[in-house]
Design a protein around this ligand. Structure first.
Ligand SMILES: [Mg+2]
Length: 246
């Protein structure tokens, strides 16, 4: 077994604990969250485990895109949503407005159906409830920022009874992560300064969205992910598990 590479961004006093004013939950908190008025979490892979097969989402999207006569070779390395957005723009720029809108609508419907199936049995990531309740007990707002469909996200949140104040799904923005729009929508809604908000996610797009909006960021390099997904987008804090934030 290969050794885990050293982390490049860790706080030194990372287990600053304090008692919960309400008790009941473990209200200890990592120092980066101490003065946060709001914490925005990615959903899949960060708060919950789902069975989303991203390569199959991409394959299904590329198949649909090809039906519109677009060369999919340059899109092979992109994620499903990125490929769809690029293809939609290509059609629009070619003056094919109707096809562009139709492709977007069909692709989103197909992705929603697949995501619905993959997210049928979501499971909480260890430490998720303790962390969210600890944030709640301190009065911090909790936002969910996800590239997932709104309906799928709501089902997941409801199925696991996840406490949250705001959901910003892909249906709620014009540009999805890594664009900062998800983050800006939440901050505007709450009238909270970016410096008082922390963005937490398991992929570089989460960190990039948070950084671009002016927030502090936490990257979770999951233990089942062999290559550091944040190697080109270092967060303010890198952890291997969500529960390290407790
Ligand atoms: Mg994720």
């Amino acid at each position: 077994m290969s050794a885990i590479p050293p982390l490049f961004a860790q706080c030194t006093d990372r287990r600053l604990l304090s008692a919960s004013p309400k008790g009941g939950y473990n209200a200890g908190m990592h120092v980066i969250l101490n003065d946060a008025e709001a914490v925005l979490f990615d959903l899949d892979g960060t708060l919950v485990e789902t069975d989303i097969d991203f390569s199959r989402l991409r394959a299904a999207s590329l198949q649909l895109i090809a039906e519109y006569g677009i060369d999919t070779a340059p899109l092979q390395e992109m994620d499903a949503l990125g490929a769809v957005e690029q293809a939609v723009n290509t059609l629009r720029e070619a003056g094919k407005k109707q096809e562009s809108a139709e492709l977007r609508q069909r692709a989103f419907a197909r992705l929603q159906a697949m995501e619905m199936a993959y997210c049928a049995s979501p499971r909480p990531v260890p430490g998720m409830y303790d962390l969210l309740h600890a944030l709640r007990s301190r009065g911090a707002r909790i936002g969910i920022i996800t590239r997932n469909d709104r309906e799928v996200s709501l089902r997941t949140l409801n199925a696991l009874q996840i406490p949250y104040d705001l959901l910003v799904s892909r249906d709620d923005v014009r540009q999805v992560k890594p664009h900062p729009e998800h983050v800006r929508v939440a901050l505007q809604q709450w009238d909270i300064a970016p410096a008082r908000c922390v963005v937490v996610g398991d992929y570089w797009m989460d960190v990039e969205a948070g950084r671009a909006a002016g927030c502090r960021t936490v990257g979770i390099w999951r233990l089942d992910v062999p290559i550091n997904p944040f190697r080109h987008h270092p967060p303010d804090l890198l952890v291997r598990e969500l529960r390290e934030l407790l």
